[in-house]
Design a binder for this molecule. Structure first.
Ligand SMILES: *Cc1c(COP(=O)(O)O)cnc(C)c1O
Length: 409
């Protein structure tokens, strides 16, 4: 492979035009779209007009006239095709952490007579904290943290809930949703999936794969902006049975009756809690427009090709520098990122950022490179590997400024 071949791949790329939908600095190679997606140009237009017309002129009338009130369910419906979800099962609201807590408590309450709860030991910290908290809140449950590959075999008739991420945030390992969900259901248990690193990265089939509950972030591969609303999926078959753990007025059957007692809305809307963040929802909604033109099979194909290119090129030109692949080599086992171990991973990532090549670092030694196929080019991946090789060769990462830890890594 040569750099020229990357330029040719970019020329033939069916997704190439999508890059124009984003604001991206010319001197940056952005390999962190799995942590904070790039800014879609449509978001700026939408927010400007919302602030000027809907808020500025419409004022409080816009809750009705600009349809603000229905935004959490409306944006949920726009997300549903990306998740492989039929209608009335998705809301855009709150954060992933909060939605996870809602889903976990709901799932535990649907299995009151079972005691075991199984979580993925390598899951993102907030998932582990909230799983523990949900078990304590519901009571009588004991949490076991297992390696993801041991989960299916550990499920039995006393298992209430299994919770795991579809794509591991550190390694990028992709778990088989259909197989794990089937094993969970065969034992009569329920499964809660975290899609933080899969929504917008690959095609999902929540209905077909039998997910019971799922949550995910709006600000990663969905490009909804920093702190964008998250989403919650509840399979239709469970919706009637859920008493929300946070029974706020926005999930009431009739919020503007101002009734003293809570009565859940029919369907997915009962999972809403308080007043929705309209600016953030509008940003996410505008960001989702991009997907109307995206073939998810082409997205996955490009994501896998970018990953193979990064692995091959780094292993070719960075050999002998203590780098070890931390992601599955098989592209079918991997989400849309590639990670490497290196004892000086933090400083190396900082040195890359110093050159405008933005990835991130995850303790203890993981350099993580997100591959967002909507705006990343083959030539970017080629050049990023070249920068990494130069940094390793020159030792420029040894500068003090690259070695002192900042708050956000
Ligand atoms: C990014 C991420 C989160 C973040 O949750 P927030 O509530 O948005 O902070 C949660 N879980 C996983 C697996 C993640 O990757």
């Amino acid at each position: 492979m040569k750099r020229q071949e990357c330029l040719e791949l970019d020329r033939l790329d069916p997704l190439a035009a999508r890059r124009q939908d984003f604001e991206l600095p010319a001197d940056v190679i952005y390999l962190d779209g799995n942590s904070l997606g790039a800014a879609p140009r449509a978001v700026q237009r939408r927010l400007q007009s919302l602030i000027r017309r809907e808020w500025g002129e419409g004022l409080i009338r816009s809750w009705n006239e600009a349809d603000w009130f229905t935004m959490p369910t409306r944006v949920g419906e726009k997300l549903a095709p990306l998740l492989g979800a039929g209608p009335d099962q998705v809301v855009a609201a709150d954060s992933t952490s909060i939605n996870l807590y809602k889903a976990l408590v709901a799932a535990l309450r649907l299995r009151p007579d079972r005691h075991r709860v199984i979580g993925d030991a390598a899951n993102f910290p907030t998932d582990l904290y909230l799983l523990q908290a949900a078990c304590e809140a519901v009571g009588g449950r004991s949490l076991e943290r297992l390696d993801a590959e041991d989960i299916a075999a550990a499920i039995d008739g006393d298992t209430a809930v299994v919770a795991l991420s579809h794509v591991d945030y550190r390694s990028g390992q992709l778990h088989d949703m259909a197989t794990i969900s089937a094993a969970v259901h065969a034992a009569g248990a329920l499964v809660v999936w975290d899609l933080a690193h899969s929504a917008g990265a690959l095609a999902l089939a929540l209905d077909e794969d039998g997910a019971d509950f799922a949550v995910g972030c709006g600000y990663k591969f969905l490009n909804g902006g920093p702190g964008a609303p998250a989403f919650l999926y509840v399979a239709l078959r469970h919706q009637g049975g859920i008493e929300p753990v946070l029974p706020g007025w926005m999930g009431h059957a009739n919020p503007f009756a101002f009734a003293p007692d809570y009565e859940p809305a029919p369907g997915i809307a009962r999972n809403l809690c308080g007043t929705p963040p309209i600016l953030s929802l509008a940003a996410l909604e505008a960001a989702l427009e991009i997907w109307a033109d995206v073939d998810l099979a082409a997205l996955r194909h490009k994501s896998q090709a970018l990953g193979q290119l990064l692995i091959e090129r780094v292993e070719e030109i960075c050999a002998g520098h203590d780098l070890a692949l931390a992601s599955p080599r098989d592209p079918d086992q991997r989400g849309s990122q590639v990670s490497f171990h290196h004892p000086q991973g933090y400083a190396l990532v900082q040195a890359l950022i110093g050159r405008g090549v933005i990835g991130d670092f995850r303790d203890p030694d993981i350099m993580r490179f997100g591959l967002a196929p909507l705006y990343l080019r083959y030539v970017d991946v080629w050049d990023a590997a070249g920068h990494l090789a130069e940094i390793l060769e020159s030792g420029e990462w040894r500068q003090d400024s690259f070695r002192s830890r900042r708050t956000v890594t």
